[in-house]
Design a protein around this ligand. Structure first.
Ligand code: HEM
Length: 131
């Protein structure tokens, strides 16, 4: 298996990751019913984000925290949502890639997820466990 090296690798990773998220009823409703994302628009934004994070790209212009604050206000995020998100992320990477960049993608996601939970708790109070 190869490592994550190109934007095309990230496109493949994000597409597979979203297949898993959207097939998991414990989290998919946040994308389909609450945020009502258009996958065709959303996926390239995520690819830009990860390209910036891992491959030194400069296409992501945004603040990854903001949309999750809005989401939490519409429908509370719980610690289990983050566990589920990270589980699918890690599993998708392990199925497709192997190497230092793949490891980095997993550990960065863990750090960002922790920071995200921390910021949501600072702003809105403790997260519940429940999904
Ligand atoms: C409980 C776990 C999570 C859920 C349910 C979730 C859900 C969502 C949803 C619904 C959106 C679209 C919001 C909108 O455009 O209205 C979004 C955007 C995004 N998410 Fe998450 N997310 C989670 C965790 C994470 C984590 C841990 C990361 C990073 C490691 C992340 C990165 C992003 C990015 C980069 C965007 C795009 C932000 C933008 O439009 O600039 N998400 N997420």
């Amino acid at each position: 298996m190869k490592d994550i090296q190109t934007r095309a690798d990230l496109e493949k990773l994000l597409a597979s990751f979203y297949q898993k998220l959207l097939a998991d009823a414990s989290i998919s409703y946040l994308f389909t019913e609450v945020a009502q994302i258009d996958l065709e628009e959303h996926l390239p934004v995520l690819v830009n984000f990860w390209e910036g994070n891992l491959l030194g790209g400069h296409n992501y212009k945004g603040n990854p925290m903001g949309p999750h604050f809005t989401l939490h206000q519409k429908s509370p995020l719980g610690t289990n949502h983050f566990k589920t998100w990270l589980h699918h992320w890690t599993e998708t990477i392990d199925e497709l890639f192997e190497g230092p960049m793949a490891d980095e993608a997993k550990s960065r996601a863990r750090s960002i997820a922790l920071l995200m939970q921390h910021k949501i708790e600072q702003a809105f109070g403790p997260l519940n466990e429940a999904n």
